[in-house]
Design a protein around this ligand. Structure first.
Ligand SMILES: [Zn+2]
Length: 87
């Protein structure tokens, strides 16, 4: 079974990847990758090889499900949509 569920994205040439439940908040997450990178992941390529340009925190989300904003040591505001903070 594939480790990652991949869906067509609203963005042409991109795919949405469902990431595993976050160990900190328990919520699954999404991230959008180029279609080619998503397919490389599906073929079993390590994340750092499939999407070398991706930031460390987003790679971590794909691998372990940890959201950038939940990661230990995340700087305040990392990966957080500022709109969510003011609600
Ligand atoms: Zn989380």
């Amino acid at each position: 079974m594939a480790r990652h569920a991949i869906y067509d994205s609203m963005h042409p040439g991109c795919a949405d990847i469902l990431t595993p439940p976050c160990p900190f908040c328990g919520q699954q997450g999404w991230t959008t990758l180029p279609q080619t990178a998503a397919e490389a992941l599906l073929e079993g390529l390590p994340v750092q090889d499939a999407v070398p340009e991706l930031g460390f925190l987003l790679r971590e989300q794909i691998i372990s499900g940890t959201h950038p904003c939940c990661a230990p040591g995340a700087g305040f505001g990392d990966g957080i949509d500022l709109d969510l903070l003011t609600r």
